[in-house]
Write a protein that binds this ligand. Structure first.
Ligand SMILES: *Cc1c(COP(=O)(O)O)cnc(C)c1O
Length: 361
């Protein structure tokens, strides 16, 4: 049995899905399960949701193939399309829907032999300036894509916000306007197509951005895309471990590598089986909290590969084997993010395979 555990509550994920179906009724819902479902276990999350969502979003063909291999039947969208050295036959063999963002991909699609057809997504750059066709080339490339024999009509269109978490910026409105403008330009080609620009931040903060498909990533797992928690969501993950030692510690003694923390009083320290080898960040500020036996206590000294020391306080009753929670319902990961300056996205996805995932209903 593993001691550092990523506990994932399936009910919370189902609750969050229901929340988004109610918030955005009559839209198609994509569950984004890339990066091991943000640390929650890609195959298991997809199996849980296969008959509850309209499609899945992943970032790599390898992720999509892994989903097909465990029997996932829903459509799978490759959010960054296929890559230069990918085998394009995988798109056909595994029935995958690539996002097309570059003209070299259109060249490649032209090599797919008749009578194969694939569903594609045309990515328009509305202001993120990372992937997607620029406005000045977009119509021409869209038409070139539309004339590929292997491309199923209609072509779906997709874009991505750069600043959906910035409620005061005009950027999101600008991007929405550009997206609408492009959709109008290609209107006659688009009957029955999917149009999508909103990920978690857009869905929650910009109700006019939902179009006919929403792409739910981090919020599916109950974690906010913003600094503040979203009260209607239930966090699905609890990262936890156990105390393996409880020791008396004298005033003036330092703790851990580099002796970076010295106790100002006699106290009792707890040693927890968790470290950066499990994915907990090494570089954290002093007083980053953990939750133990109903209260928060601070991490002291450096996080090491396999252990973390916490200051339990002079009068503690804690004992070896007691549960220690690093984040979860009792201590939202958003608060750890605020404390450490590490985004919740990164905290979730940097967990390693040593921290075993355990599912709970
Ligand atoms: C990762 C990703 C998403 C999901 O984003 P969240 O902020 O986690 O909801 C949506 N769309 C694209 C293109 C992505 O790469």
């Amino acid at each position: 049995m593993s001691i550092a555990v990523v506990e994932v509550n399936r009910k919370s994920i189902l609750h969050n899905i229901d929340f988004f179906k109610q918030k955005s009724p009559n839209r198609t819902l994509m569950a984004v399960v890339k990066a091991n479902a943000y640390g929650h276990g890609m195959e298991e999350v997809a199996q849980l949701l296969d008959d509850k969502v309209d499609c899945f979003g992943v970032a790599r063909i390898s992720e999509a193939v892994a989903l097909r291999q465990v029997g996932i039947r829903s459509p799978i969208v490759l959010l960054e399309g296929f890559f230069p050295h990918d085998d394009i036959n995988d798109l056909l063999d595994f029935n995958l829907q690539p996002v097309i963002h570059s003209s070299w991909q259109i060249d490649d699609l032209n090599t797919i032999p008749f009578p194969n057809e694939i569903t594609v997504w045309f990515k328009i750059d509305t202001g993120m300036h990372r992937l997607g066709f620029n406005f000045d080339e977009a119509i021409g490339e869209f038409n070139r894509l539309a004339s590929c024999k292997a491309v199923r009509q209609p072509i779906n269109i997709i874009s991505h916000f750069s600043s959906a978490d910035d409620f005061d910026s005009s950027q999101t409105k600008t991007q929405m306007a550009r997206f609408d403008e492009f959709a109008c330009l290609v209107d006659s080609n688009l009957i029955g197509c999917q149009q999508s620009i909103a990920a978690s931040g857009g869905i929650l903060a910009w109700p006019d951005s939902h179009h006919n498909m929403i792409r739910v990533g981090i919020a599916l797992y109950g974690v906010s895309p913003f600094d503040e928690e979203v009260t209607d969501l239930q966090p699905a993950m609890t990262l936890k471990s156990e105390l393996i030692a409880v020791r008396k510690h004298k005033k003036g003694q330092a703790v851990g590598y580099g002796q970076t923390w010295t106790s100002e009083r006699d106290t009792i320290l707890g040693v927890v089986a968790m470290g950066y080898g499990d994915g907990y960040p090494r570089d954290i500020p002093e007083n980053t909290p953990v939750y133990i036996n109903g209260r928060l206590v601070p991490i002291v000294g450096r996080v090491s590969m396999d252990m973390i020391v916490v200051d339990l306080g002079q009068h503690c009753q804690d004992k070896p084997g007691d549960e220690v929670i690093f984040w979860g319902k009792q201590l939202p990961v958003e608060q750890i993010s605020k404390h450490t300056g590490i985004s919740a996205y990164e905290l979730l996805t940097r967990l390693t395979s040593r921290a075993k995932i355990r599912y709970k209903d």
